[in-house]
Design a protein around this ligand. Sequence first.
Ligand code: HEM
Ligand code: HEM
Length: 239
Amino acid sequence: MAYYVIPRACRAPLYSHTLSLLGFWALIVVYTHIGTHHLLQVPVPTWLKVVAIVDSVAMVIPVMAFLINIWYTAKGRLGEIHADIGAKFVFTGTIMYFFVSIQGSLMALPDVQRVTHFNNWVVAHAHIGVLGFAGMIALGGLYYTIPKISGKPLFSRFLADFQYWMVLIGMVGFTVVLTIAGLIQGNAWLNGETVYRVLPEIHVYYVVRAGLGLMIFSSAVLGFYNIVRSLFGKAGASS
Ligand code: HEM
Ligand code: HEM
């Protein structure tokens, strides 16, 4: 989606076709071996863990090959991206891809994972990935393609922008509170504290998490309304 939307929105060719091929093949070679990074704390053959850790760190190659390509394509053309709400979502998604992937490579290191495994840190990582990266890019794809496919303008750019900021603030806030809660849990457990005695300490973070989650959910309802109105509303009703 990013390879399609960013060059189109910038009205510029992709920075490097060769780099995109490097990213593709590096992803095929490296990404197919990293699954065991979810099983580093359980009895799995050590060689399998080593392969997963080495390749998780090597993920920096396909990730950066993709990001450099997209970011160089957009270099000097951020105005065009800002002007198009679809491209704005997609571009933000690529920034989240940077953060989730660098964090992921670090989380695959056994010394780091001894603290972060099984607590809210991983849930924070999961949501920078699924919502910040994949979700933002998917929403951008919808906003970019639906007006083109239907031939009708977006019902409200204001609502789409509002959704963008609600998702961004909600997701970043979600990540910050869960990361803090995860560090509290992870360090307490490492010091031999029992699970239930740590729960009162993270209660406040769970309340904030629920608030931010509600905010993201509300923005999804607004986004759904905007898209339905765009599809079924009168042509030319854009505001
Ligand atoms: C270089 C890229 C990435 C690496 C090396 C990486 C690494 C990791 C590691 C090591 C874990 C396990 C943490 C633990 O259980 O202690 C994990 C969990 C997870 N990651 Fe990533 N990650 C990467 C990118 C992503 C992306 C792009 C997404 C989403 C689109 C994602 C989604 C998740 C999810 C959902 C989990 C939690 C799985 C569960 O419920 O156990 N990750 N990641
Ligand atoms: C409105 C936005 C969202 C909110 C408020 C939300 C909230 C949550 C919560 C509260 C959890 C449980 C964490 C725990 O075990 O304590 C969770 C887990 C999870 N969610 Fe979401 N979520 C959202 C969006 C998404 C999206 C868009 C995806 C996938 C595309 C997703 C995938 C996951 C996964 C894979 C887990 C398990 C993570 C793990 O256990 O490591 N979430 N989410």
